[in-house]
Design a protein around this ligand. Structure first.
Ligand code: PEP
Length: 251
């Protein structure tokens, strides 16, 4: 039985003051015991969030990390080992905003994924198709290629200690959400691709859905058999809304 998970991606939002307010809101939430909860603040605020959430069952992750595991001469980057030292448990790898705006390609993402795991961080691999790709019937081909890149490079066993987030690019920050059935179809295909290599890994890995998830649509999405929770962007900046989404995953 897979434990559900809800992850809040704060993206490039927040000041020390607004982060303090959000931490306060999160501290007051009634959270379900049946789900793992994590938040992914901007790097600058990670230590503030780790300290502020001490004693609350919310883990902290980073939105990005370096291709090298250990600290060294790599200006402007943050090593997975430094994230562990700061109190992180997870890191996002390959969010579509980084694929599209920062030009991150599969080869780079394979290295980031491996470097994160080498330090004990759990990578959350983000995959998903653009609207154009969906409309031309290429959704499964795109998602399978993004997933296959890690499998080919690191082996399917890498997913024994990782999370996958299916995030259709057209649903991120747009207010458009995949229907529960559309999301389920892609999640089932992801699990089948993993199962073709190793059924234990496929059954154990958590597959999150991301793309305009809110409290109002979370119950239906999380009710699908292959959807094990969500990666939440905009709605994670509101503690009460985020709490309601967490409860939808945990009950
Ligand atoms: C995201 O940034 O990963 C995301 C899913 O954003 P939103 O929930 O705002 O669509």
């Amino acid at each position: 039985m897979r434990r559900t998970m809800v992850a809040g991606n704060w993206k490039m939002h927040g000041t020390r003051a607004s982060v303090a307010e959000l931490i306060n809101g999160l501290r007051h939430l009634a959270l379900p015991s049946g789900a793992d909860i994590a938040v992914f603040p901007p790097c600058l605020h990670i230590t503030q969030v780790v300290d502020g959430l001490k004693g609350k069952s919310i883990q902290v992750g980073a939105q990005n990390s370096a291709v090298e595991a250990m600290q060294g001469a790599l200006t402007g980057e943050i090593a997975p080992s430094q994230l562990v030292d700061a109190g992180c448990s997870y890191v996002l790898v390959g969010h579509s905003e980084r694929r599209q705006m920062m030009g991150e390609r599969d080869g780079t993402l394979n290295r980031k994924f491996a470097a994160a795991q080498a330090c004990g961080l759990i990578p959350v691999l983000c995959i998903g198709e653009t609207l154009e790709q969906r409309e031309s019937g290429k959704t499964l081909e795109v998602v399978s290629r993004q997933l296959g890149s890690i499998i080919e490079e690191l082996g399917v066993g890498a997913f024994a200690k990782a999370v996958i987030a299916y995030e259709p690019v057209w649903a991120i920050g747009t207010g458009l959400t995949a229907t529960p059935q559309q999301a389920q179809d892609v999640h089932a295909a992801i699990r089948a691709q993993l199962a073709a290599e190793n059924s234990d890994v496929a059954q154990g890995v958590r597959l999150l859905y991301g793309g305009s998830v809110k409290a109002a649509n979370a119950v239906e999405l999380f009710g699908m058999p292959d959807i094990d929770g969500g990666l939440i962007g905009g709605a994670s900046l509101n503690a009460d809304e985020f709490g309601a989404i967490c409860r939808a995953a945990g009950n």
